[in-house]
Ligand binder design. Sequence first.
Ligand code: APR
Length: 232
Amino acid sequence: MDDIRNIVILTGAGISAESGLATFRGPDGLWEGHRVEDVCTPEALARDAALVHRFYDERRAKLAEVTPNAAHEALAALDAQWPGELLIVTQNVDDLHERAGAKRLIHMHGELQSALCAACGKAIRWMESLPPASVCDACGRPHLRPDIVFFGEMPYEMDAIDAALRRADLFVSVGTSGAVYPAAGFVQTALHAGARTLELNLEPSAGSFYFEESRMGPASELVPALVRDLLA
Ligand code: APR
């Protein structure tokens, strides 16, 4: 792995599973308790704002009960020590990468600890519960919503992510089922750019076919081992 300068790492719910946060599509997954279209679409927000706000309030409150695991810590160490380009693109809306110390990080699906004003577009750090019709401190209108990218909405910073993928020498996917685009397509962009592609997951993902190498196992073991190799 000595000819690697630029790295892009995509993370999904699987990297936070060992910290105690539920994944989406596992046996006790988040979506098992809810239908996606009931809590993670613009239509759901319009139809039943109280249910949608409550779903994200519960997940935001849970953050106080969990801590980063060895996989988050290893990626933060890589971020701090890697001399080339490095970008962690997370699909997760938890704050575990930040709490571990990651800096070069993009939350492409938004963040639980942010409220978005549907009227003026401002994002506000938000740590407690967010009732419907909360007032935006920038424009004064009562249209704050969870700053979560719903199905059918455009993920954040896609241009920056695409540019990083096109420059990548190594693309690593950690703890994602490869079920949701555009994240699930990142491996193909990296492949076309000539990057090495590596998947670290508990089980084969929907996109395993595209990866040069897949390592199966818990992120808390596979990610530290990979970081040790890269920093050696
Ligand atoms: N270590 C590594 N991988 C794990 C672990 C673990 N300890 N535990 C679970 N996994 C893997 C599962 O095998 C699965 O492939 O993590 C993946 C989690 O998949 P999902 O629950 O589908 O979560 P994710 O891929 O992040 O979902 C993507 O879908 O619902 C939307 O916006 C939501 O960001 C989410 C997106």
